[in-house]
Design a protein around this ligand. Structure first.
Ligand code: KG4
Ligand code: ZN
Length: 352
């Protein structure tokens, strides 16, 4: 039995988890920094590093306690080495290195995007390979082909905004605060997804690349043309409203706009998966990252009649967590792929 402690500090969650043999979740602790960043309407990198410093020790301690293990039980420590905010990554990496030095444990560096893919492999052990993997989060929109979850070939990525970033920018523009994805998901069910016809992005060159900035601009134009300043200002004054309170402050036309925006993002994502199905001999599709929480995306994927099954992580493991880092580290542990103390954070580390 090999227990790996995973540590994740790439953005605005301080997370630690213990995973057994890459498959059995023993504990997963995530400390959100939402309160620290909320009033700025987005993640403030310098604040994020300081919050990680504050949280890292209690979060790791709690993950070890919940798993019921001691330092001597660990086989290795895995840490996110990138991509992400450099100062935030540095906190996790420095802490992991110190732990390994003091406890004489091997250190494993993990790519955050690979972690998102392994969240699915951790929970659904029987994913058939070769697989397509769509990672959709606040920072990434990447489509990969993978033979076994060890090596990856990049098929397409966003040329501008990530899918989650589009949700966040539209949410902020319309006065729904940050992050926009979860609120839009909850409110879009009350709107008509066919009410506003947004165009799909047409890509020159690699047709499997994504683009969401045109859609974001189309929403902005719609807002400017419909004189929405008053309702947006009203929503901005609400303090942590419930869904009912959001609904009271949101006219039907705006709910239709949200539903239409979300519909366009979901179609854009699934259109790419369907296009891959024609070209690649894939036996499954893995969808992961924060946007994989989206209920319309999950429902549309189930309806899409793709020629392979689609696997999502549970909602808890879709957004950033450390269980996915510990799970992705296990195959590296088995291969003896260890890092040394020169391991450094890489803000724009790529996977393929
Ligand atoms: O994976 P994640 O926690 O962090 C990154 O690696 O970026 O993803 C966060 C992103 C945010 O952009 C957030 O708006 C989006 O995931 N998100 C959602 C939903 N829940 C989170 N987007 C759409 N629908 C959701 N239910
Ligand atoms: Zn992420």
């Amino acid at each position: 039995m090999s227990l790996i402690l995973g540590i994740e500090t790439s953005c605005d969650e301080t997370a630690a988890a213990v995973v057994e043999n890459g498959r059995t979740l023993r504990s997963s602790v995530v400390a959100s920094q939402f309160d620290a960043h909320e009033k700025y309407g987005g993640v403030v990198p310098e604040l994020a590093s300081r919050e990680h410093l504050r949280a890292i020790v209690p979060v790791v301690r709690r993950a070890m306690e919940k798993a019921g293990v001691g330092w001597a039980d660990l086989a290795a420590v895995a840490v996110t080495r990138g991509p992400g905010l450099i100062g935030s990554l540095l906190v996790g990496i420095t802490y992991a290195k110190s732990l390994c030095f003091v406890r004489r444990l091997p250190l494993i560096g993990v790519n955050h995007i690979e972690g998102h893919i392994h969240a699915v492999l951790l929970e659904s052990g029987d994913v058939p390979f070769p697989a397509l993997a769509l990672v959709v989060s606040g920072g990434h929109t990447h489509l990969f082909a993978t033979d076994s979850g060890v090596t990856y070939r990049l098929l397409g990525k966003t040329r501008d905004d990530a899918a989650g970033e589009a949700f966040d920018k539209v949410g902020k523009l319309l006065g729904f605060g940050y992050p926009g994805g979860p609120v839009i998901d909850k409110l879009a069910v009350y709107g008509n997804p066919r009410a506003v016809k947004f165009p799909f992005a047409r890509m020159k060159g690699n047709a499997l690349d994504f683009s969401f900035s045109g859609l974001k601009t189309a929403v902005l134009r719609w807002v400017q043309a419909h004189g929405m300043a008053e309702e947006i200002a009203l929503r901005k004054r609400l303090a942590r409203p419930t869904v009912e309170e959001w609904l009271q402050a949101t006219p039907q036309a705006t709910l239709d706009l949200l539903a239409s925006f979300q519909y366009t993002v979901v179609e854009e994502l699934l259109r790419h998966a369907a296009a891959c199905a024609e070209t690649f001999d894939a036996r499954s599709l893995i969808v992961s990252g924060g946007v994989a929480c989206n209920s319309a995306l999950r429902a549309a994927a189930a309806r899409a009649q793709l020629p392979f099954p689609v696997f999502f992580p549970s909602v808890a493991l879709s957004t950033d967590n450390a269980a996915m880092i510990a799970a992705a580290a296990f195959p590296k542990f088995e291969r003896g792929e260890f890092a040394d103390y020169t391991l450094e954070p890489q803000a724009s580390l790529s996977l393929a």
